[in-house]
Design a protein around this ligand. Sequence first.
Ligand code: ADP
Length: 356
Amino acid sequence: MSGAVTLRGISKSYGETLAVSELDLSVEQGEIVALIGPSGCGKSTLLRLVAGLERPDAGTVAVGDRLVAGEGQGWVPPEQRRVGMVFQEHALFPHLTVGDNIRFGLDRQPRTEQEARVLEVLELVHLPQVVDRYPHELSGGEQQRVALARALAPRPEVVLLDEPFSSLDESLRARVRADTVTALRATGTTALLVTHDQTEALSIGDHVGVMRAGVIEQWGRPVEVFERPVSRFVASFMGDADFLPASLVDGGLGCELGLVTIRTDVSDAEVVVRPHEVSLRLPAAGITGAPAVVDRVEYQGPFILHTVRLASGRTVRSWQPHSVRYPVGTEVLASIAAGIVPRLLSGDAALADDPT
Ligand code: ADP
């Protein structure tokens, strides 16, 4: 597989603000990459550097085999980069029909080929019937799918999507998102998607890049960034997490919820636990766990979030199904759910998993 987008040592500042800092990124042909991070961490700047809407202060950008920006390497302008773009505000030309909006990027092709391609990409996003309509005659979700069709029409090497679903309401967002992924997969188009929605990043991305202050703090498969975060920042940013101190106990390393690992090479660490990893049981013969009292119960729709207070005064959160709903004040036994190997932190960095 060849690289579709390759960034090497990219930096970009705006005055005193370092937006992107010595960043490396390598996106494979046909993959969907989700970039996620707090506001201001440099996600949009990164997309703009790939698009050619910004020039890097240092480093190189390649799209496919072609170097498009870099120190002393020349400069390929945006319209020659074979990069498609979809933004949050869909930015269709209001005075052009859907068909003309899509044709806009195909002006160098013969008219009959343009017509065929317009219909082809509209079929791809399930909207062949809107070809003669104007943008204001479409719903938000339809406009967003047209914007995707327009980006895909010239058969770009890569499509950049900057928070493309965030202006859509939640029920519509899931559908447009699914349609977008289907269309990208069907055409084998490489995509770089910026989002601030963890579920979106984890469900769409073949790889996820978690950004912080101009760098990619963790790059990995969704399961890696969620289950094996490299730092406290990634652990807290990608989902809910509680942190409990751990120390050497009989048989290994333990925290208030019990033995965490049999490894004895670490003496001082913190354990990361997520709400789906904490189990709560009512005290009974044969049930083990840390004594805890239910402090707060929050109905969250699919599950019920219980916050329990441990003997130390620390609290941990636990998701429970609807069949379980312990009232505030209930005495329970809390433990780490079976089969879970929690992540360990030393300071702000994760400890490598025990090699044994
Ligand atoms: P994100 O997309 O993650 O929210 P951005 O890439 O938009 O972050 O911004 C990164 C940093 O660069 C922020 O501190 C932002 O204020 C700054 N920045 C972005 N664009 C400009 C600009 N055109 N002029 C000045 N500062 C900018």
